[in-house]
Design a protein around this ligand. Structure first.
Ligand SMILES: [Zn+2]
Length: 416
């Protein structure tokens, strides 16, 4: 079998995504099998967010230019943003831009009502589209694109809740990578240095940094990960955790971030009513958990060489009767699996060898072969494409085991 490692080749071979010059570079089209993988990842993102008390919100991909002036994005990131659009001869105030991030909209959702200290923390999750004006020369496959779909949460909390909320975000990000089977090498705690480049008071920073340090140490000790503190690496508006990975070529990459932000609450004049009756400033936390759908699918394809874990595989079980005499047993198995929501396909239109080869080429997660002996015994011969294991399993326990692996998002089906 051709063991290609580049997600662009795997994506084409497995029908995950396509590109078309007419659609534009850096704007991939998700094909049906890619859409299935992405839907599973979105479900994971929502499950993790809801488990942490996040609520769903939706916001537009376009916003008035003034919104991004207020947030500071136009001053900082305008090189990465698409030019603004003016509608007809209306006032300049109505210029619209494609958003580079969800944060400004989420700040407005917080500001849409008066908030009390008793309601905090509030956690808004949105898996929304955002845009990067990448030059056509640098875009590539799914790893560098002009529109990303990011699993993004913004937490609004009291300053005394920031450490616990950051720890909650970090825990969710580590859990997401563990479920996906993607490695994390270490966690970076990016803090300020002694310069004056930082927004907010020294006390505010040292309190927040100490809270993150304590929360991070306790959590990472349990996860077996190291916390590396890097002075001067913080964003100017707050300290942060970064999940870091190193590849074989020595490149290092940040795959998820939990960022404290003292700046946007100021810029949007966000407040809450405290117990003392006065209005106070909340802290905002940007937390990424699963990451962007594009980057994660690219990483998963390469990590597993296309042989995705059962819960992510577009075809979870390919059912192959050896001859026509086993067709009805095979059909019954496909129906039993489908009735439990398993993506099962019947394949009976070629020699057995050709069908097995095709199922392997497509990276179907499980190949179920039913011959005369298996049909008589009410059993199936299973091959696990990722683990290369072969076992004979009774039909009823097969269905239960597959459902268990899917529901638990396990890397393999546990046959015994
Ligand atoms: Zn944000």
């Amino acid at each position: 079998m051709n063991d290609n490692l580049d997600h662009r080749d795997l994506g084409r071979e497995l029908g995950v995504f396509a590109t078309d010059p007419l659609a534009g570079s850096g704007l991939p089209l998700w094909l049906p099998d890619g859409a299935l993988i992405r839907a599973e990842l979105q479900r994971l993102a929502k499950d993790l967010a809801h488990r942490d008390g996040c609520v769903d919100v939706y916001s537009p991909v376009l916003g008035k230019r003034g919104l991004f002036e207020r947030s500071g994005h136009l001053a900082k990131f305008s090189d990465d943003m698409f030019p603004s659009m003016r509608l007809g001869d209306e006032e300049a105030d109505d210029e619209l831009v494609l958003r580079p991030a969800n944060c400004p909209h989420h700040a407005l959702i917080y500001a849409a009502a008066s908030r009390s200290y008793r309601e905090l923390p509030m956690r808004f999750n949105e898996l929304g589209a955002m845009f990067r004006a990448e030059r056509s020369g640098v875009v590539s496959g799914l790893s560098r694109v002009r529109q990303i779909h990011l699993d993004d949460t913004h937490v609004f909390c009291r300053p005394d809740q920031a450490g616990e909320e950051a720890a909650r975000g970090l825990r969710a990000a580590i859990e997401a990578q563990r479920i996906l089977g993607l490695p994390v090498d270490y966690v970076r705690l990016s803090v300020r240095d002694d310069s004056d480049a930082w927004l907010g008071s020294r006390e505010q920073w040292s309190e927040a940094e100490a809270a993150l340090r304590d929360a991070g140490r306790a959590l990472l000790y349990d996860a077996g990960l190291q916390l590396v503190e890097v002075p001067g690496e913080a964003a100017f508006y707050g300290p942060k955790f970064d999940l870091q990975v190193r590849d074989g070529r020595g490149h290092e990459e940040t795959i998820a971030t939990v960022q404290l932000d003292f700046n946007l609450p100021e810029r949007f004049d966000l407040t809450y009513h405290a117990a003392d009756g006065a209005r106070h400033r909340p802290v905002m936390i940007h937390r990424g958990t699963v990451g962007s759908m594009e980057r994660v699918v690219a990483a998963l394809l390469e990590r597993y060489r296309g042989r995705l874990p059962l819960w992510l595989a577009p075809v979870q079980v390919a059912v192959l009767p050896v001859s026509e005499a086993q067709d009805s047993a095979a059909r019954a198995l496909v129906e039993a699996l489908r009735s439990r929501g398993i993506r099962a396909e019947l394949r009976c239109d070629d020699s057995l060898g050709a069908r097995v080869a095709e199922a392997r080429r497509r990276r179907d997660h499980l190949i179920a072969v039913i011959g005369e002996r298996e049909a008589a015994a009410g059993a199936v011969q299973m091959t696990d494409v990722a683990g290369e294991r072969r076992v004979t399993v009774p039909v009823e326990s097969l269905v239960e085991r597959v459902v268990e692996a899917r529901d638990g998002r396990l890397p393999f089906v546990r046959w015994s």
